[in-house]
Design a protein. Structure first.
Length: 98
């Protein structure tokens, strides 16, 4: 029975991470696109209106979150290579044998 419980717990963790990364990051990116592409009415003389700085800041924050998450994911995947090549241990990587 212990094995079934361990498998169920591991499957739940994998499913949660898959939902967060598989749905969460694209959702944050799409929210950033939506805030970035807000339609501002033109001024009376036909010149484009200035965007709201708060809306632009939210868009850039969403993009920054996605870029940081992707960068951390790449570092996590390459942690053993980085540990072996540069002797820098990230995310609990084992130090190279000397």
């Amino acid at each position: 029975m212990h094995t079934v419980t361990a498998i169920a717990k591991s499957l739940g963790e994998v499913t949660l991470i898959a939902l967060l990364l598989g749905v969460g990051l694209p959702l944050i990116f799409s929210v950033g696109i939506r805030f970035w592409a807000t339609d501002e009415p033109a001024t009376a003389n036909g010149a484009p209106a200035v965007r709201n700085p708060a809306v632009q800041a939210v868009a850039y924050l969403c993009f920054a979150i996605v870029v940081i998450a992707v960068g951390l994911g790449i570092l996590y995947i390459a942690k053993d290579f980085i540990s072996h090549s540069f002797d820098i241990q990230l995310f609990g990587a084992k130090p190279p044998k000397k």
